[in-house]
Structure formats: structure tokens, C-alpha cells
Design a protein around this ligand. Structure first.
Ligand code: ACO
Length: 321
């Protein structure tokens, strides 16, 4: 028997308001045609003032708990990945804990921007396997609409708000179920290519997203293909063994180019970027939840998750459902 972190449930939450490309084109100099052709994005959800990273994260967590058949009191660990916390402190994970009514447990945020969920998942996997908790909530939740420069058409069309969550349970398994391998990377020399131009310790303001789109694109395809190769090699499997890829949903062209590099057919890639745009740390668990709920991802499937974002940071995980 092997102690592994096993996926016990998934959940997600989206803000009430959905904004189409055509509606965005009324505010900034862009078009549905340009956005669809360059990114594959058609819609994004934008949070209303009463919808925050913590409230969306808690809504996604409730769904994941229900799917796992667990109560908030069963949770010993909450890790929330976000670049858009409700407050500079405390960690939004503790706000989620309060909203859920979960008693004393471990709760903290992870900041790795778009790859935050992969970082959080990897930390939770390690902590569950070393006995820190029996059940963990791993959440990606973002309200990027609050840090977008709505005058900058090169960035504001790309992002959306939302949350996704998973429950992981430490289980002694006799088969290969659970998280089999994770890999994380960071190359801080590229931190100026995708960043927010504000912060508590510099400007004292929240700031706005700034990006060198072409450079991000180039690094994303190279890094994501490499890290997927790494997790497959870690478990001695190849791309043809993979049932589903759940990629970070930044741009359809990045997703297609990465899949092509690895020889993964498009039918095995979960795509939500058209409906949600880039929801940063929320995109992978949101897409995972969608594909679990619509019956595509089933018990026994081999699934790979991957993401890359500001830092640069990137990572991948491979798990048997
Ligand atoms: N609508 C219309 N025109 C636009 C828009 C817009 N929303 N944005 C930029 N343009 C214009 C530019 O001004 C430029 O015009 P010019 O030629 O007259 O100067 C022209 O379109 C081309 O601009 P580029 O930035 O060179 O366009 P590119 O083909 O590189 O596409 C894009 C831009 C979509 C951002 C692309 O670089 C990209 O996808 N990069 C990856 C970035 C990404 O996905 N980031 C998300 C966060 S990182 C991550 O999650 C991996």
C-alpha cells in the first residue's frame, strides 16, 4: 500500500456577470474577430463588488466538499492560490475557512500567479503524504478584473474572474490512484515580462497587469511542453497513455502549440478559455471541475495538469483519478 493524495471532489464558481467580446469592444478599441483569432476567447465573467476572491473560493470549495461527501469540519488544510487576495493580509484562505465555518486547521495562500494552483497542489500533496492532514482543500480563486488596466486593450481582453477547488484525501492505495508526480519551476530573471506595476512594499497601490505578450507566448510553449515531458518521465509513461490534459487556459494558440509539440490530440485537451478567458490560478481547477461534471474525466483516467505564469513560474502534475 502507498499513501497518496487522491482526488475526492471538485467544484467551481463563476461571477454572475458574463461579458462578451462585443460588449468589451464598446469600452476599448478591439473586436470580437481580433480576440477570437489571437486567443480563442469569446466570453469572460467579471466579479460584481459583492463577489471577491474569498467568496468565489468558498463557493467553489462548498461544491468540492459536497462532491467529496465531506463537511468543512473534516478539512485539516486549506491552500488558496491567488494573485488577487481580498486583502494584503490575512491570507484569503483564512477568509474562506471563516466563510465555510471550518474549525481550526492549517490555512494559507500561495502566490505563483497563473501556476499558483499547480504550486498549491504540489504543496498539499507533500503535506498530505507526510501526515499534516487527512483532507485538504486546494483552491484557485481570482478577481483579475480588479487589477486590469481597462484602457489597455493588449491585456484587458485576456482575463476573467472565477474559482475552482479540489478536495484531496490522504489514502493508502493498492493501485496507482492519486497524484503520481508534480514538477515546479521558476525563473525570476523574467519577472518583468508579466507583472503588476504596484504593491504594498513599492507603490503602496494595487497596480495593474503589464505584459510583453509575444515573449510570454514563446516561453509558455517551450516551458509547458518541457514540464509535461518531465512528469511523464517521472512515472515512466508517455503522451499516448494520457487520457486528459487540463491546461492553464491563457490562450488557445498556446494550448494547441503545446499539445502539438507533445503529440497530444486536441480531443484529449479540456478547453474552457473560450468561455472563461484567463482566470489565472483558477483556470486549471475550473476546467477540471467542468470536465469531471460533464462526465469526460472519469475514475481510472490518467490526467495531466499544467500551467505557466508570471515570475516566470510553471509546473505540471500527473494523477490517476
Ligand atoms: N484588439 C485589437 N488589436 C489589438 C489588441 C486588441 N485587444 N491588442 C493588441 N492589438 C494590436 C496591437 O496594438 C498591435 O497593433 P500594431 O501592429 O498596429 O502595433 C497588433 O494588435 C499586434 O499586437 P501584438 O501584441 O504583436 O499581437 P500578438 O499577435 O502578439 O498577440 C497576444 C497578442 C494575444 C497577447 C499574444 O501575444 C499572446 O497570446 N501572448 C501570450 C500572453 C498570454 O496569454 N498571457 C496571459 C498571461 S500568461 C499566461 O497565463 C501563460
Amino acid at each position: 500500500m502507498t499513501l497518496r493524495a487522491v482526488l475526492a471532489g471538485t467544484g467551481s464558481a463563476l461571477p454572475r456577470t458574463r461579458v462578451s467580446n462585443a460588449e468589451l469592444a464598446e469600452r476599448v478599441d478591439t473586436s470580437d474577430e481580433w480576440i477570437v483569432e489571437r486567443t480563442g476567447i469569446r466570453f469572460r465573467h467579471v466579479a460584481e463588488p459583492d463577489e471577491t476572491t474569498a467568496t468565489l473560493g468558498a463557493a467553489a470549495a462548498r461544491e468540492a466538499l459536497a462532491a467529496a461527501g465531506l463537511e468543512p469540519s473534516d478539512i485539516g488544510l486549506i491552500i488558496l492560490a491567488t494573485a488577487t487576495p481580498d486583502n494584503t493580509f490575512p491570507a484569503s484562505a483564512t477568509k474562506v475557512q471563516a466563510l465555510l465555518g471550518a474549525p481550526d486547521c492549517i490555512a494559507f495562500d500561495v502566490a505563483a500567479v497563473c501556476s499558483g494552483f499547480l504550486y498549491a497542489l504540489s504543496v498539499a500533496d507533500s503535506m498530505l503524504r507526510t501526515g499534516a492532514a487527512k483532507h485538504a482543500l486546494v483552491i484557485g480563486s481570482e478577481t483579475f478584473s480588479r487589477i486590469l488596466d481597462w484602457e489597455d486593450r493588449a491585456t484587458c481582453v485576456l482575463f476573467g474572474d472565477g474559482a475552482g477547488a479540489v478536495v484531496l484525501s490522504a489514502e493508502d492505495v493498492a493501485d496507482d490512484r492519486g497524484i503520481l508526480a508534480t514538477r515546479l519551476h521558476a525563473e525570476g530573471q523574467y519577472c518583468d515580462m508579466l507583472y503588476v506595476d504596484g504593491g504594498p512594499s513599492t507603490t503602496g497601490t494595487v497596480g495593474h497587469v503589464r505584459m510583453q505578450g509575444r515573449e510570454v507566448f514563446r516561453h509558455a510553449v517551450t516551458n509547458l511542453a518541457a514540464v509535461l515531458g518531465e512528469v511523464l518521465a517521472d512515472v515512466g509513461l508517455s503522451a499516448s497513455d494520457v487520457d486528459w490534459v487540463v491546461p492553464h487556459q491563457a490562450n488557445k494558440r498556446i494550448i494547441d502549440a503545446t499539445a502539438k509539440k507533445l503529440g497530444l490530440p486536441a480531443e484529449r485537451v479540456v478547453l474552457t478559455v473560450d468561455q472563461h478567458a484567463n482566470t489565472s490560478a483558477a483556470s486549471v481547477p475550473l476546467a477540471l471541475d467542468l470536465a469531471v461534471r460533464d462526465g469526460r474525466i472519469r475514475r481510472g483516467d490518467l490526467v495531466v495538469l499544467e500551467a505557466m505564469g508570471g515570475g516566470f513560474t510553471w509546473g505540471a502534475a500527473i494523477l490517476r483519478i
